[in-house]
Ligand binder design. Structure first.
Ligand code: BGC
Length: 370
């Protein structure tokens, strides 16, 4: 079968032929991969800046945002049936018995750093025709979400971040009484970046009741701004509004959801965070030259304004389940905006177009494997 892989030592990205995987344990399931989304991490992998092949392999099959169809189940499988659409989880527990996070099924909080990630770190990914994996990593997606199910994994970034925000908000007794789905009521959120992670994050924030502002390049008249307006959020064009002017546009900023991976922008916005505010980092920047930050100002603000800065990496089963629920909600509320996130579908043989030569205005490119 075909698979798309990176070969870090020879710095190649190519389509290869690999043997079809077979069920190996009674709890294994076999998937026909339908869609694989491409994100910034894949581009970093293809630039050989990130990622690690499995031990003993000279290559890593990429692809971690996926949607598959169950075609075969082992004799002890109870969670899924043949014909189900599923999104597999990406991160897998480390082997260490003393890692309490992994033992608790929360490998997204792995203490040891020895976790693996399919398509990213020491485990082959999903940009291939067939995949075998254990049922415990499968999340069933309703058929009605066939065309957008590939967005579940990037949405889990926002879901985990929002779950963290809700936990932090519980320190404020008057907010803690709000139900989960209304956690944002009366609060203002700024999303940095209008890529797929930013736009899905904006949808999740709007759905949770936040007055949401998306700060991005791309201009007021562009497709990203249109999506932002369609979901009832406000687009703030970086071309015409400076970072320093953000509080004039937004008012007090309660939450910043960083979705650009650009550390300079993030640290320019951090001093603007409001009282009791929460700043969530989700991007993984490449290493560039250090930038100067006003540490006294930041430290004064953090203390005198009770601020929290948190980083969040994907993702637990609960985050996948929340993403599947929310995707259904987005589809009923904003079908056009949701569909507009997928800007290109490419057959697997055209993987290079999707990965290496995507047009600048692409939002989410998808490799339609079958
Ligand atoms: C993926 C996450 C992963 C992270 C770090 C992201 O692109 O969506 O699942 O944990 O990269 O490797």
């Amino acid at each position: 079968m075909k698979a798309v892989a990176v070969f870090p030592a020879s710095r190649e990205v190519k389509s290869i032929a690999v043997p079809e995987p077979l069920l190996a344990t009674p709890t294994d399931v076999r998937l026909r991969i339908l869609d694989v989304g491409i994100c910034g991490t894949d581009k970093e992998l293809c630039a050989f800046k990130y990622g690690t092949p499995p031990a003993g392999s000279d290559h890593l099959v990429i692809g971690h945002e996926s949607l598959g169809e169950v075609v075969e189940v082992g004799s002890a499988v109870t969670r899924v049936d043949v014909g189900d659409l599923v999104v597999p989880m990406v991160r897998r527990p480390c082997p260490r018995a003393d890692c309490r996070a992994c033992a608790a099924g929360r490998q997204d909080f792995c203490f040891t750093g020895e976790y693996t990630e399919r398509g990213i770190k020491e485990r082959h990914g999903f940009m291939t025709e067939w995949v075998v994996d254990d049922q415990r990593y499968m999340n069933v997606v309703p058929r009605a979400l066939r065309d957008v199910g590939v967005l579940v994994e990037p949405l889990t970034i926002a879901e985990k971040a929002l779950a963290q925000v809700r936990l932090v908000q519980q320190r404020l007794p008057w907010t803690a009484s709000a139900s989960d789905s209304a956690a944002g009521t009366g609060h203002r959120a700024v999303v940095l970046g209008a890529g797929p992670v930013g736009l899905l994050g904006a949808m999740a924030l709007v759905a949770a009741g936040f007055a949401t502002f998306v700060y991005s390049r791309g201009g007021d008249a562009g497709p990203r701004a249109r999506i932002v307006r369609e979901i009832g959020a406000t687009f703030v064009a970086a071309e015409s509004t400076t970072v320093a002017a953000l509080p004039q546009v937004v008012g007090a900023i309660d939450v910043v959801y960083e979705a650009t991976g650009a550390s300079k922008l993030a640290f320019d916005v951090l001093p603007l965070l409001g009282t009791n505010g929460i700043f969530v980092f989700t991007g993984v920047p490449g290493r560039r030259a250090p930038v100067a930050v006003d540490t006294d100002l930041l430290m004064r603000n953090l203390v005198l304004k009770n601020q929290i800065v948190l980083g969040s990496v994907n993702a637990s089963r609960a985050d996948f389940e929340a993403a599947i629920r929310d995707l259904g909600l987005f589809q009923s509320r904003w079908p056009r905006a949701l569909a507009a996130l997928v800007t290109g579908r490419f057959p697997i043989d055209a993987y290079a177009e999707a990965l290496l030569r995507a047009p600048a205005d692409a939002i989410k490119s998808v490799v339609a494997v079958s």
